[in-house]
Design a protein around this ligand. Structure first.
Ligand code: CTP
Ligand code: CA
Length: 214
């Protein structure tokens, strides 16, 4: 199958030397891309900046901003059977990007931000994507409820939810512990390496019957 994975953070420039970003190592997304390629799928990894090596056998498209990731995903959608959007996309970006470095002048500095496009939320409604759609939900509270809301709102087949307030899993850890949310309910996966969790997610995702447009 043709599998598209987004991973890593995005970077939203403020001026030539500064940006807004999210906390994300990219490890979960790279593990997903690697696991899918290992299973013999054709994998395209669209990633924001990380320090990771591209897994063997994976086609790689580096991007920086949410807008670049959005444009890239939109252009690849109709050639995708499974889309797994794992990136930690910045929700807001500076409205204006300064041409020159902003100098340290007053005691306070206010940045005006605007919303970035929601890539996962655009897949069905704007891109007309009808393949299998997997999203992630990074939450610090009410995990199951918030993740279920995202499943419905973004018309996903599966949401992989994790508790990013826990120190022992997630962000900079090699391990993760996730909750799989589908229309049938929630199922916890035991704490494991990101590689093992990735293999399980690829196996579950490839067993989903593709979405039928209403
Ligand atoms: N996502 C995306 N584009 C965005 C924001 C999020 O594609 N602009 C995707 C993420 O890759 C993830 C899912 O949406 O698969 C959920 O991301 P999350 O940050 O948990 O949800 P948001 O919808 O941004 O809501 P909030 O941050 O307020 O919880
Ligand atoms: Ca968000």
């Amino acid at each position: 199958m043709r599998i598209l994975v987004t991973a890593g953070p995005t970077r939203e420039p403020i001026d030539p030397v500064r940006y807004i970003t999210n906390r994300s190592s990219g490890r979960m997304g790279y593990a997903l891309a690697g696991a899918a390629a290992h299973e013999g799928h054709h994998v395209i990894l669209v990633s924001g900046p990380t320090s990771l090596d591209v897994p063997p056998g994976v086609d790689f498209i580096p991007v920086e901003t949410a807008q670049e990731m959005y444009d890239t995903v939109r252009s690849l959608c109709d050639r995708t059977d499974i889309a797994i959007l794992c990136a930690a996309v910045a929700d807001y970006r500076p409205i204006a990007v300064a041409d020159q470095k902003i100098k340290k002048t007053g005691d306070k500095l206010t940045l005006e931000l605007e919303k970035t496009p929601d890539i996962l939320g655009s897949m069905r409604s704007d891109f007309g994507y009808t393949g299998i759609l997997v999203g992630f939900a990074a939450e610090t509270q009410n995990i199951e409820q918030y993740a279920h809301d995202k499943l419905i709102r973004k018309q996903c087949d599966l949401i992989v939810a994790n508790d990013v307030s826990r120190k022992d899993i997630g962000f900079d850890s090699s391990q993760n512990e996730v909750l799989l949310i589908t229309a049938d309910g929630a199922e916890p996966l035991p704490k494991d390496t990101k590689e093992h969790i990735a293999m399980e997610i690829i196996s579950r995702a490839s067993g989903i019957i593709p979405h039928q447009p209403a």
